[in-house]
Ligand binder design. Sequence first.
Ligand code: XBP
Ligand code: MG
Length: 269
Amino acid sequence: MKSLADPYFDEGLLQALIFDVDGTLADTERDLHRVAFNSAFRQAGLDWTWDVATYGRLLKVAGGKERILHYIHTCVPQQAPPNPEALTRELHALKTEFYLELLHEGEIALRPGVERLIREARNAGFRLAIATTTTYANVVALLHATLGEGAHKWFEVIGAGDAVPNKKPSPDIYRYVLQKLDLPPAACFAFEDSANGLRASSGAGLRTIVTPTVYTAREDFSDAFAILSDLGEPDSHCTHFGGCRPLRGAVDTAQLDMWHGYVAAALAC
Ligand code: XBP
Ligand code: MG
């Protein structure tokens, strides 16, 4: 857990919220990404099928291309082609097409509290950003499918996929977003669902609110600012698992300002 004396805390104003995408905004992994990977393998004539348990293990590798390459080298080395990187790029492009189709067809919903907080934050004048391992196209499609056409423009910076050389748990994508926002980490909160994501956001000096999914529930979140079941709704409170506890059972802009001010006040002593 972050200590108040952490060098990244300072008394500036809270200015920006930085959201991870998969698992944080929406639970996209099991029924969308995993299904899209399997559709791509089938279309390519490969007898690979990632069931829920296998995919849960493979999720430890962030990045779809990196995950496929990891699978080839560790699970089906006997089927590795002469140029596995080329096959990986081809399969991932196919997978992304299937994923976008699933998003357009499906009824994907944002996790509890996400839409409420995003709309509140916009109305309160907070700057919004995205820091994700998935592709930019997937982010735009998910935001359109859930928040409406053009919703991606609500986010001043969308740090996605190959924008940086090293995927999470490297802090590169969060450092990229902070640099584009021209803000210090202490002026922001990050929102994540996985240990990989938390290591990335914490590594960039960001206080991070973690809302685990079924896939990440048992992971190590000891560096989180708060660990919650979700961001909560006024009439459906989140469950507190660790770190700071939201006073009204939901993470809203007033709570974030209070946490930020409390930290600043505590540091002022
Ligand atoms: C989670 C990831 C992504 C997705 C698959 O992203 O690791 O790789 O599993 O998407 P996030 P791609 O950082 O938003 O949690 O196949 O486009 O990589
Ligand atoms: Mg995630």
